[in-house]
Design a protein around this ligand. Structure first.
Ligand SMILES: C[S@@+](CC[C@H](N)C(=O)[O-])C[C@H]1O[C@@H](n2cnc3c(N)ncnc32)[C@H](O)[C@@H]1O
Length: 307
């Protein structure tokens, strides 16, 4: 939501020739109604976020200077953002960044927009993994997308090293940039990989938010998701289990004894995923955790053996 450089709205903004109609207050009122008619839920909030983005100011400035007139280039910028939002482009893609845990991440249409459920998984990992970390702690993030999980964990664990993989080179380009921006690029390596194909050795932790939407449900996703976010990030095959099965089948071989596996799942998949894990003798302590809404969203397992 942030954009820099910011400048003050106090600066003389308008020439005499500009229309007196385009004050911040009127533009916001009009846009709120327009977005609402376009079925945008938080229409007022999004109108404000888009306007502050177009004007390159903090949202608070809109309240401080409601009678400020928009300059023609600002109007043009804002009009284009509103047009795209009304047409269904996700807000995060228009702003170009999202906040995820403790980091700001660039996002574009080659990456999934990181979700709050994934933040909850990262929070759980941070609570579960004892501190201080074991010496030479290494973790693997499978399907890193924007780099969200790997970067957030690496920032919280300054002594950890990670490998973050994705099958999409476009996503990896952005993830590398995000790692750089967040100061963790020296500790997070990125690789183009079909799940474990680029992984080497064994890790203390494997984490993944894989594609888990059942192919048969893709058509029922909100248009904002299905038309804009990458299919590779969403489509989990029949019943959403195709990629999860592949990960579970190989994961134990890449975990150190006592190593932990965390998977984000769709809530109806918990039973199937637990069954898969129970069928893998290398795993013990298989648990399901709920998100804040009480839905099963995280499956956890531990690799047998003493750390
Ligand atoms: C649901 S997204 C998760 C992105 C990110 N980790 C997050 O939580 O926001 C799944 C990611 O898995 C990647 N992916 C899909 N199939 C893959 C495969 N066979 N090997 C590696 N990555 C894959 C997609 O490109 C996508 O970036």
């Amino acid at each position: 939501m942030r954009e820099s450089p910011r400048r003050s709205l106090n600066s003389p903004a308008v020439t005499q020739t500009e229309s007196s109609e385009w004050t911040i207050r009127r533009v916001l009122d009009w846009t709120t109604g327009y977005l609402r008619r376009g079925k945008v839920d938080a229409a007022r909030f999004e109108a404000e976020v888009l306007l502050s983005h177009a004007l390159r100011v903090e949202r608070l400035e809109l309240y401080l200077h409601p009678e400020r007139l928009l300059r023609p280039p600002e109007r043009a910028r804002f009009r284009e953002l509103v047009r795209q939002r009304h047409a269904g482009t996700p807000l995060a893609y228009l702003l170009g960044t999202v906040e995820f845990m403790n980091v700001t991440l660039k996002v574009n249409c080659s990456t999934l927009i990181p979700r709050v459920e994934t933040e909850e998984m990262v929070e759980r990992i941070l609570r579960d993994v004892p501190s201080p970390l074991p010496k030479d702690f290494r973790f693997l993030d499978l399907g890193t997308g924007s780099g969200a999980i790997a970067i957030a964990l690496a920032k919280e664990w300054p002594e950890a090293r990670a490998l973050a993989v994705d099958i999409s080179n476009e996503a990896l380009t952005l993830a590398r940039e995000n790692a750089q921006q967040n100061g963790v690029a020296e500790r997070v390596a990125f690789a183009c990989s079909d799940w474990f194909s680029a992984a080497q050795g064994q890790y203390h932790l494997i984490v993944s938010n894989p594609p888990y939407i059942p192919s048969e449900d893709l058509g029922a996703l909100p248009q904002e998701v299905s038309a804009h976010e990458p299919r590779k990030a969403l489509d989990g095959g029949p019943r959403g289990l195709r990629e999860i099965e592949r990960i579970v089948r190989e994961a134990s071989g890449f975990l150190l004894p006592g190593g932990r596996l965390y998977l984000e799942i769709g809530s109806p998949q918990a039973e199937d995923v637990c069954k898969l894990l129970h069928e893998t003798p290398a795993f013990s302590r298989i648990e399901v955790h709920q998100d804040l809404a009480g839905r099963d969203r995280i499956v956890y397992a531990i690799r047998r053996g003493d750390p």
